[in-house]
Design a protein around this ligand. Structure first.
Ligand SMILES: Cc1ncc(COP(=O)(O)O)c(C=O)c1O
Length: 503
C-alpha cells in the first residue's frame, strides 16, 4: 500500500541502482502532479518493507532527493516533498564561487601551485628555475629512439600500458640503481610522471591530515606544496654545510614522533650541499631508532662533475626503510616527465594503486622511447657532455660572484647539480632585490620560497645550468651593481610578470 500510494515500482532488470529508481520515481510523481508538494513521505523502514529492499537503500534515495532539493527533512517530523517552485535556483552569476574545495580556496592556491611571478621577457637572463641546459638536449638521438619504437611496436605503445611502468624501463632503472650500490628489483620500481608525482604519491601513501612530517628547513618548494595540499604539519629542521643537523633531528623526532622524514642528501635543492657518508649512516640509524621512514629525493645524483660520489641512503640502508625518488628530468629531458619511486613491495603496491587513480600510468610511448635511448647508450654520452658544461658554468658563476659580490654576499661551491646558493650580507633583502633585478632583466629564485616557514629572505638561489658563461657574467654584474648601490626602486608590478613553476 505504501509503495503503491507513491506509484513506485522497482524494475529488477534495470541497470539503474535501486535507490536511484526510488528517487527518480518520487521526483517523477511530483513533476507529473500525482504527488503533491507538502506530502509526507513514508518512514524509510515502512517503504523498505513495502518494496522489499534494504532500509539503507531508501535512506540513500531520500538523501539523494534532499541533495537535489526535491525533499526537505525535519528531524522528528519526517521527510516532505518540496514545492518545485520553492526549490532554490542557484545564483547564475558565478556558478563556481561556492563550489570550491577548502584545499584550493583563495590564498591557498598560490602556495599550492608554487608559482612566483617573474619576467621571462625575451632578452632576460634567468638564474631562476632549475632547468637543465636546453641547447644540450639530445633531440636528434631521442627522435631516432622514438622513431624506432614507433616503427617496431607502435600500436602496442599507443595503447594503455601497465600502471607500474613499461617493464624494460623499470628493469633499466633498477639496473642503474644497482650499479650505484642499491639492492632493488624491477618490481620495486614505479615509473611516475616526473619525480613531482613520485613525491605526491609517496606523501599521499604515508601522510594523514595533521600528521607531522620532518623536512630540512630549506627544501624543495614542490615538496612543501604537496605537504601543504595534504594538510601535513611540516616541521623544518635546520642544517649546516653538510645538510640536516642530527642533534636537531633527534630532538624533532623525540618531540613530534613523526613517521616520515623527507631529505635530499645529494646536491640539496636549494643549497647544493652534500651529506657525507658518516652522517648518512647516522641519519639512518636515528630514523630506525625512532621508527621513522625516510623519503630520499635524489633528483640530481648523476650530475656530479667534481669530487667523489657518496652512496645514496637507499644503497646504505639496503632499501628497507628508505623510499627512494628520482627523475630523468634534470639529467636528461624534463619534458618527458619521467621519474620513479623505488620502494619495498608493500609500499609499491599502494603507490601503484594511487598511480592508477591519478592517471592510469605514464605514457608507454615515452617510456619505451626513453628505454631505447638508454639502451643505445644515449644517456652516458649526454651525461659526459652536460657534466663538462655544468662545471664550466659553475666556475663562471663562482668567478662572477667573486668579481661582483665579494663582501656583499657569501655562497656555496657546488660539486654538481645546477645552482649556487647565496646569502646577502649587511641585512640586504633578496626579496626586495628580486623586483629590482627583474626590472633589469635578471631573475633568480628568492630564498624564502624554499623555507618551510617562509624565512631566508636574505638568501637567493642562482642557477647556472641553463645560462652561458657570458650571460652569467652579465647577469652577476647587474646584481653586483644593484647590491653595491643599494638603490631601492619601486617594486615591479606583479601583473607584468608571467607565472613560472619553482623547480
Ligand atoms: C628536489 C626536487 N625534487 C623533485 C623535482 C621534480 O622534478 P620532476 O618532476 O621534473 O622530476 C624537482 C624539480 O626541480 C626538484 O628540484
Amino acid at each position: 500500500v505504501v509503495a503503491a500510494s507513491l506509484g513506485l515500482t522497482i524494475d529488477p532488470r534495470s541497470p539503474l541502482p535501486v535507490y536511484r529508481q526510488i528517487a527518480d520515481g518520487i521526483r517523477q510523481g511530483l513533476g507529473e502532479g500525482r504527488l503533491q508538494p507538502g506530502l509526507r513521505l513514508p518512514a524509510t523502514r515502512d517503504l523498505a518493507r513495502a518494496l522489499q529492499v534494504n532500509r539503507n537503500t531508501v535512506v540513500a534515495a531520500y538523501e539523494a532527493l534532499g541533495r537535489e532539493g526535491v525533499v526537505a527533512s525535519h528531524t522528528g517530523r519526517g521527510t516532505f516533498l518540496v514545492d518545485p517552485k520553492e526549490v532554490p535556483v542557484p545564483e547564475p552569476a558565478d556558478p563556481f564561487a561556492h563550489a570550491f574545495a577548502r584545499a584550493v580556496e583563495g590564498s591557498k592556491v598560490a602556495s599550492l601551485l608554487s608559482v612566483y611571478r617573474t619576467a621571462i621577457s625575451g632578452e632576460g637572463i634567468s638564474f631562476a628555475g632549475s632547468f637543465p641546459a636546453a641547447e644540450l638536449m639530445p633531440v636528434e638521438p631521442f627522435r631516432r629512439a622514438m622513431g624506432a619504437v614507433l616503427r617496431e611496436r607502435g600500436a602496442e605503445l599507443l595503447s594503455y600500458g601497465a600502471t607500474g611502468g613499461y617493464a624494460p624501463l623499470r628493469e633499466a632503472v633498477a639496473e642503474g640503481m644497482r650499479r650505484r650500490g642499491s639492492r632493488v628489483d624491477a618490481d620495486e620500481i614505479l615509473v611516475t610522471n616526473g619525480s613531482q608525482q613520485a613525491l605526491e604519491l609517496v606523501f599521499r601513501t604515508f601522510v594523514d591530515p595533521g600528521d607531522p612530517v620532518l623536512v630540512e628547513d630549506l627544501t624543495y618548494t614542490g615538496a612543501l606544496s604537496v605537504l601543504a595540499s595534504l594538510d601535513a604539519r611540516v616541521v623544518g629542521v635546520p642544517g649546516d654545510e653538510e645538510g640536516i643537523r642530527l642533534d636537531l633531528l633527534t630532538r624533532a623526532l623525540e618531540r613530534h614522533r613523526a613517521r616520515v622524514l623527507y631529505v635530499q642528501p645529494t646536491f640539496h635543492n636549494p643549497t647544493a650541499r652534500v651529506m657525507g657518508e658518516a652522517r648518512r649512516r647516522e641519519l639512518l640509524a636515528l630514523a630506525a631508532r625512532h621508527g621513522c621512514i625516510v623519503v630520499e629525493d635524489d633528483w640530481a645524483g648523476d650530475l656530479r662533475f667534481e669530487g667523489v660520489e657518496v652512496p645514496t641512503l637507499h644503497a646504505l640502508d639496503g632499501g628497507s626503510r628508505v623510499v627512494y625518488v628520482s627523475t630523468f628530468s634534470k639529467k636528461l629531458l624534463p619534458g618527458l616527465r619521467v621519474g620513479w619511486v623505488a620502494a619495498p613491495a608493500p609500499v609499491l603496491e599502494r603507490l601503484v594503486a594511487l598511480k592508477q587513480v591519478a592517471d592510469c600510468g605514464t605514457s608507454p610511448l615515452l617510456q619505451a622511447a626513453l628505454h631505447r635511448f638508454l639502451a643505445d647508450g644515449g644517456l652516458d654520452d649526454h651525461l659526459r657532455r652536460v657534466r663538462r658544461t655544468y662545471r664550466e658554468r659553475r666556475d663562471a658563476m663562482l668567478a662572477g660572484l667573486a668579481r661582483h659580490l665579494a663582501g656583499q654576499a657569501v655562497w656555496t661551491r657546488p660539486e654538481g647539480g645546477l645552482f649556487v646558493w647565496a646569502r646577502l650580507l649587511h641585512g640586504l633583502d633578496a626579496t626586495a632585490l628580486f623586483g629590482e633585478a627583474a626590472a633589469r632583466g635578471v631573475l633568480f629564485s628568492r630564498g624564502e620560497l624554499f623555507h618551510a616557514e617562509g624565512l631566508a629572505r636574505d638568501c637567493l638561489r642562482l642557477t647556472y645550468g641553463g645560462v652561458s658563461p657570458e650571460q652569467i657574467e652579465a647577469g652577476l654584474a647587474i646584481l653586483g651593481q644593484l647590491v653595491g648601490a643599494r638603490e631601492r626602486r619601486p617594486e615591479v608590478a606583479a601583473a607584468e610578470w608571467d607565472a613560472v613553476p619553482i623547480l
